[in-house]
Design a protein around this ligand. Sequence first.
Ligand code: HEM
Length: 415
Amino acid sequence: MSPPHAADRRRPHLVPADLESRPDPYPFFRQLRETGRLQPVVVAGGLEASLVTRHEDVVTGLLTRGLSRDPRNARDAFAATDGYADGREHIFERTLFSSDPPAHTVSRRLVAGAFAARNIDLLRPKVRATAEDLLDRLATRPEIDVMSDYAVPLAVAAIGDLLGIPASDRSMVSRWQRDLDVPPVDSRSAAVAFEASTAIGAYLQDLMRYRRGYPVNDLLSELAAVGRDKSLRGDVMAGAQTLLVVGHTATASLIATSIVHLVARPSGLHSVGTSPPRTAQFIEEVLRYDAPVLLGPFRYATADLQLAGSRVPSGGVVILCIASANRDPVRFGDPDSFRPDRRPNGHLTFGRGVHACLGSSLARMIAQTAVGALATRFPEARLRGEPSALRWRFSQVRCLEAVPLILVPAGAPRP
Ligand code: HEM
């Protein structure tokens, strides 16, 4: 065990600015894990933090009350950086992502019903129809880009349907989401994210005002109705804004990465065929092996506390590193091998505790549907080029830049 205060005395590891876009970021985490349970790091933008490396400690961190989601608890740490200086107040705005109980409990309850299993099941046929419609249109093309032609439009449509974002606004909303994905490494990227965040807030306020007068059967209309009670308006906006921003890129990334893992196997999409349970289990291993979140979630200490055998001072920034935990050899045998037969899987990709991902069933359903529709329609689809030639985007969410896929119609001979 590391002695108390050890994290404070060690020289911080610099988290490489290009970590998200590295073909294999995992050796970096392995090195940190082997060095100790809580490692001082400096992330892009100059923010100093303590990174928790092991599965057991990440679970403890996710369940620790004294670790807040509200970055205002670490204002001094942010103030000391270049990447988060002037004009970055939007990171301190209140959203579901940045609040703690009891305020968090109110906002979460307002939106949680929409993510209940029954609602996700009701949405499944619509997502399947959208996937088939996209594939109909793509079928005439010799090659598609899985990310921009299939994964992103499907994720944006499915989440847009759940929330009630008009189809005509979705490309604008996805532009804002992409701007918010840029890591705030300098004042330019931070300003782009700030503008996008302001635009999304104003857009939602307008749409919810409209839906208060003209409700339809969607989540935003439900939230708008709750917002008639002025005392709840802040919570409603916190919930709605989080839902509009989060999840799209990570879900699109999960779809694309799952397809890459499948078509790279000797039996290609036949490995899962048209079996929903096999597809679901395969996707769980993709979630473990290639988590869309590399550096996170972040937490902020509200008091001096002990974590992973070291002291974290009040106001300290903690990164509960899910990606590192997912490759911890103490928890997973042969962690760097992709093994879809792991059961139970036990990855932490959707977090744990009161903040566990609300959209996990939705994201799983969208990815399972996307893979299922592709495997049924184009079981012989194959990558153009080697998987090792694929590039990862420079973004807050780990996400492939493009995935060139050759759509071979069913029945055509394999090369
Ligand atoms: C593969 C896709 C996704 C991944 C990997 C993912 C991951 C996560 C993680 C790790 C957390 C916990 C953060 C923390 O503990 O601080 C989280 C929270 C959350 N996620 Fe997701 N997410 C995904 C998709 C989605 C989708 C599609 C939605 C909804 C449209 C969504 C909505 C949320 C919300 C609202 C929270 C905050 C929950 C709370 O604080 O109570 N996520 N997500």
